[in-house]
Design a protein around this ligand. Structure first.
Ligand SMILES: Cc1cc2nc3c(=O)[nH]c(=O)nc-3n(C[C@H](O)[C@H](O)[C@H](O)COP(=O)(O)OP(=O)(O)OC[C@H]3O[C@@H](n4cnc5c(N)ncnc54)[C@H](O)[C@@H]3O)c2cc1C
Length: 290
């Protein structure tokens, strides 16, 4: 069995220890293991010699909503996001996505860092974080010290399961500016089963709404391309426009230029395109009612 390749198991409390183990190479890192375990079981991935559990690293968990920048530590579980009352006020779109995520058991194991690093086009935390204009913090061990860099989430994903993160880098946090008081956003997700479902289309849309006009519009879609993406055509079609029926129609028409869905075992390309149009229309109608 593949697990026999593992010669050491580490569960450090200090980040430096984890970064040093990663710098040495051939470490397989995990937090909740809810993606890693099925992938190694099915043979899609192999374990390295060191199995590195990051969940107990101090300073890597928790949600800080006190300042102008909101910070969610990488090991924070989707369940913690769902239950966080301050986030529910500041960025309810993130809590909405957490509510539609798997089941209670999976939510309590699944980490936000794992969701981002797994880089599935269907990762549910991704569209809301894109709409919030989030960046990720990456750390690695270089020249005898921890080094960090920030990458906008928008440029983090490069293909299914692929990101710009280097193998020796640890994702430490996801950060975003506190949204303006008049910022409104919604999340939608569809799958054929009512629970425990991987999205066959997901979408988040956010905008400031002042004097009935949409400003700072951000739209993100999942499962309609090899990576989650910003829907630039929809954004351009509605930026600065009044929230009228003609604007909704323009947004729905523009969505066809952003979504490049494929047929696969979970849904047809036609059905995915249809869902995108429906979600854009629904969310804009919801914002109108707010
Ligand atoms: C039954 C079931 C239902 C699911 N439902 C959903 C769903 O509704 N929506 C959804 O989006 N996903 C779903 N998933 C997928 C999965 O639960 C999520 O992607 C989860 O957020 C992964 O987090 P994790 O901590 O378990 O990741 P892990 O499996 O521990 O890690 C995933 C990957 O990320 C890497 N990684 C983890 N943390 C870090 C870090 N801090 N820095 C660098 N690399 C890191 C690991 O090396 C690994 O490659 C489901 C999975 C299962 C088994």
């Amino acid at each position: 069995m593949d697990m026999q390749r593992i010669t050491s198991y580490l569960a450090p409390r200090r980040i430096d220890e984890a970064l040093q183990a990663m710098a040495e190479g051939d470490a397989t890192l995990f937090c909740g293991g809810t993606d890693l375990a099925p992938q190694t079981e099915s043979g899609v991935r192999r374990y390295g010699a060191t199995l590195l559990n990051v969940r107990r690293i101090e300073g890597l968990g928790g949600i800080d909503t006190d300042g102008g920048e909101i910070r969610i530590g990488a090991t924070t579980s989707v369940g913690e996001i769902r239950r966080n009352a301050a986030l529910g006020r500041i960025a309810p779109v993130l809590v909405e996505a957490a509510e539609h995520f798997a089941s209670e058991q999976i939510r309590n194991a699944a980490s936000v860092g794992g969701n981002l690093c797994n880089a599935s086009p269907a990762g549910d935390m991704i569209p809301p974080l894109l709409v919030l204009g989030a960046s990720v913090e990456l750390a690695c061990w270089r020249d005898g010290a921890a080094q960090t860099r920030r990458v906008p989430l928008e440029s983090f994903f490069v293909g299914p399961g692929k990101t710009v993160k280097r193998p020796e880098e640890l994702l430490t946090a996801v950060v975003f500016e506190r949204p303006a008081a008049d910022f409104r956003a919604r999340f939608r997700k569809s799958g054929p089963r009512p629970a425990l479902e991987i999205s066959n289309v997901s979408m988040a849309l956010g905008a400031r709404l002042a004097d009935d006009r949409l400003a700072d519009v951000r739209v993100a879609m999942g499962s309609v391309a090899p990576t989650p993406l910003r829907a630039r055509h929809v954004e351009a079609a509605i930026e600065g426009k009044p929230l009228h029926a003609s604007t909704v129609a323009a947004a729905v028409a523009a969505s066809a230029h952003d979504a490049r869905p494929i047929d696969d075992v979970r849904a047809s390309a036609w059905y995915r395109g249809h869902l995108v149009r429906v979600f854009v229309e629904e969310v804009l109608h919801d914002l109108r009612r707010d």
